[in-house]
Write a protein that binds this ligand. Sequence first.
Ligand code: BV8
Ligand code: ZN
Length: 222
Amino acid sequence: MVLTGAGISAESGVPTFRGGGNTAVWKGMPFDMISSARMLEGDLPAVWEWFNYRRGLLEKLKPNAAHFALAQWQDRFQDFMLVTQNIDNLHQAAGSRDVVELHGNIWRARCPTCATRHDLRELHDGSLPSCSDCGDPLRPDVVLFGETLPPGAFERAAEKAQSCDLCFVVGTSAVVYPAAGLPEIAGNAGAYVVEVNPERTPLSDLCDEVITGNAGEILTLL
Ligand code: BV8
Ligand code: ZN
């Protein structure tokens, strides 16, 4: 099982949220304020503006060697699961299949009323898309702070964490729960846990092995 965070997309040019001193800030708001359930309830247009801005940045960016390495791993291991906290779709763009997206996907919108999903690459009605079925305003299909994860996503990942032999944790600062709890579940169930990160994290001391470096280089070498 592999759990990835924003760090795996750093070498693609996607800004990370923490680590390396650059904390994502938008119009003076820290990202966990603009990307929050409260902000969505209070100012949906501002949340759309924030996600439209990020999709604009992402449009030009490509998967990096780390994404491609993991896409190859899915065929090298008999039983493999890729779980990501990222919403940038770069794993899928690199060829990874059946990615467990714990926090949703920036290219999808969701109707809060009828729960239909909409691909934002097909919607062109400006920054405030509305549902083609019921007309209500759509929201990003992304898990914001203070929101629960997509039903079944965490459970599927936790089940694999319980049964896997080897768990890689790549490019995450391991501070956001429940995602950050997955490597602990794996380690407690007997998996060998390997962290790949240029910096130490709260998880480092729990890992069987910490490989210090950039994911693009390390995963390719591995
Ligand atoms: C929930 C999508 C419960 C959005 C994200 C107080 C108030 C409100 C909530 C809380 C609170 N206290 C605790 C909480 C719970 C909260 C939480 O854990 N907060 C933390 C910050 C304390 N969690 C939640 O709210 C979650 N929901 O708990 O619901 C609930 C239950 C019932 C009913 C209602 C609610 C939902 C959390 C999901 C939030 N959404 N993203 C968006 O993108 O805008 S979280 C976001 O940050 C990411 O998705 C990711 O998951 C998370 C962590 O970021 P990382 O991926 O780790 O990235 P980061 O920048 O932090 O670190 C990068 C790492 O990469 C660094 O370590 C760096 O060294 C490394 N790196 C850099 N370069 C490289 C590299 N590694 C390898 N190679 C490189 N080249
Ligand atoms: Zn609808």
